[in-house]
Design a protein around this ligand. Structure first.
Ligand code: HEM
Length: 412
């Protein structure tokens, strides 16, 4: 690792992600860091250095081929948590033709056109959840948690319907994804519990769909596995389901939550949205830029030695992708990059990734947020936070960025 730049341990709690990246940015465009448990990696701190690295074909996502320390993980019990990110075989950890084979099985189901066809269903679920929130609020002194009332169940129900996940398996999935996102406990016991859950919940889903095939994506992926051609291995099937179902809700939960909190923080911008002076689309893109639901993502690897903006990353070393840093980079967005300003008209952000691994669910996430946010604020125009702003707690993660609970008062 570099001798001149001090190695900084990333805060596993993600207590102040923007501040952490601002401090690291001051040290250089790409800096050496340590992930929980002491895993060494490099982190781009600027929009430009992140974009360059993601798009460099010498940067791989396959730890099996390109991480020089992959076989060392077993020697470091405190590193075992990273295996729930790197030990899975799906498009997120694949490189080259393996990646395109795995991606093309799923991506066509999430095009803008296919997503648009889901809009009526998303609107209906949103309406039902808003009514349930009202009932819960009435039963609990007028206060209701946005996360459990709307932000989580909306994307959860949508993705579970798409994949034909039966009701009884859904709570287990929620617990599993929360455990994968929780980076505050790099103990071998936590890692073993996550692996155990992966080995239980996903096989249970596949077994259910084998017994009850339906018009859903799990059934479709099982069929692909059973056919010749672009066969999916057994593990690839389970881990693709884990990725797409997990990414399909956890990220959007925080997009909706972050957007509501940010708008309540900026009543003048909320008023401008209501008056039609700022669009909901602009609000969503600006929330994604300033508070991306995925602040960082483990990991990429330098397949060869790579020099970016004067910093050399040796071959075989790990790279963290740092959307939380890029979105608030003053060199790209100006001195007030950390400020939420939906009227600034940002032309590009990296919060859905870029290049061959860019998010396949971006149209769905945008559509869900575009449905939920106006519906929520139209139905409860006087909605407010029911706790002091400083009482909101970040989810325990440096990867996910969002609030554990968002207590709201729907009517004054
Ligand atoms: C606000 C919501 C979301 C955010 C912020 C987000 C963010 C991201 C990012 C940053 C990547 C790029 C990963 C990389 O370059 O390594 C990505 C990839 C991915 N996302 Fe999303 N995502 C969101 C919603 C969704 C949804 C709704 C789905 C499900 C349909 C989804 C499925 C995926 C998949 C499967 C990939 C992997 C693509 C690949 O490796 O080729 N995401 N997402």
């Amino acid at each position: 690792m570099s001798e001149s730049i001090p190695v900084v341990a990333i805060d596993p709690y993600g207590a102040d992600i923007p501040d952490e990246w601002a401090r690291l940015r001051a040290q250089g465009p790409v800096v050496p860091i340590e992930l929980p448990g002491g895993i060494p990696a490099w982190a781009p701190t600027r929009f430009s250095s992140l974009r360059t690295l993601i798009l460099d074909p010498r940067v791989s996502k396959d730890p099996r081929q390109h991480w020089s320390r992959y076989t060392e993980v077993e020697k470091h019990p405190a590193w075992s948590w990273i295996m729930s990110w790197l030990g899975v075989v799906n498009m997120l950890t694949a490189y080259g033709t393996d990646h395109s084979r795995l991606r093309k099985l799923v991506a066509p189901s999430f095009t803008a056109r296919r997503t648009e066809a889901m809009r009526p269903r998303v609107e209906k679920i949103t309406g039902e959840l808003l009514s349930s929130m009202e009932e819960s609020a009435a039963a609990s002194g007028g206060v209701v948690d946005l996360r459990t009332g709307l932000a989580q169940p909306l994307p959860m129900r949508v993705i579970c319907e798409l994949f034909g996940v039966p009701d009884d398996l859904r709570p287990g999935l929620v617990r599993l994804i929360a455990a994968i996102m929780d980076t505050t406990n790099p103990s071998p016991e936590h890692a073993a519990s996550v692996q155990e859950q992966i080995g239980t919940v996903l096989p249970a889903l596949v077994a259910h769909k084998l017994a009850h095939p339906g018009d859903d994506m799990t059934t479709e992926l099982i069929r692909v596995r059973d056919e010749d051609g672009d066969r999916l291995g057994d593990e690839e099937l389970l881990h693709t389901l884990l990725l797409v179902i997990g990414a399909g809700f956890e990220t959007t939960v925080n997009l909706i939550g972050n957007a509501v909190v940010t708008l309540l923080d900026h009543p003048e911008q909320l008023a401008a949205v209501r008056a039609g002076e700022i669009t909901w689309d602009a609000v969503i893109e600006e929330v994604l830029r300033v508070h991306p639901s995925i602040a960082s993502l483990p990991l990429r690897f330098a397949a060869e030695e790579i020099t970016v903006e004067g910093v050399t990353i040796p071959a075989g070393e790990a790279i963290l992708t740092t959307y939380g840093a890029a979105g608030q980079d003053p060199a790209r967005y100006g001195a007030d990059a950390g400020e939420f300003d939906a009227a600034r008209g940002v032309d590009e952000h990296l919060s859905f990734g870029v290049g061959v691994h860019r998010c396949i669910g971006a149209p769905l996430a945008r559509m869900e947020a575009r449905t939920a946010l106006p519906a929520l604020f139209a139905r409860y125009p006087e909605l407010s936070l029911a706790v002091d702003r400083s009482a909101l707690r970040q989810v325990p993660s440096f990867i996910a960025q969002g609030w554990q609970e968002i207590p709201l008062r729907l009517v004054p």
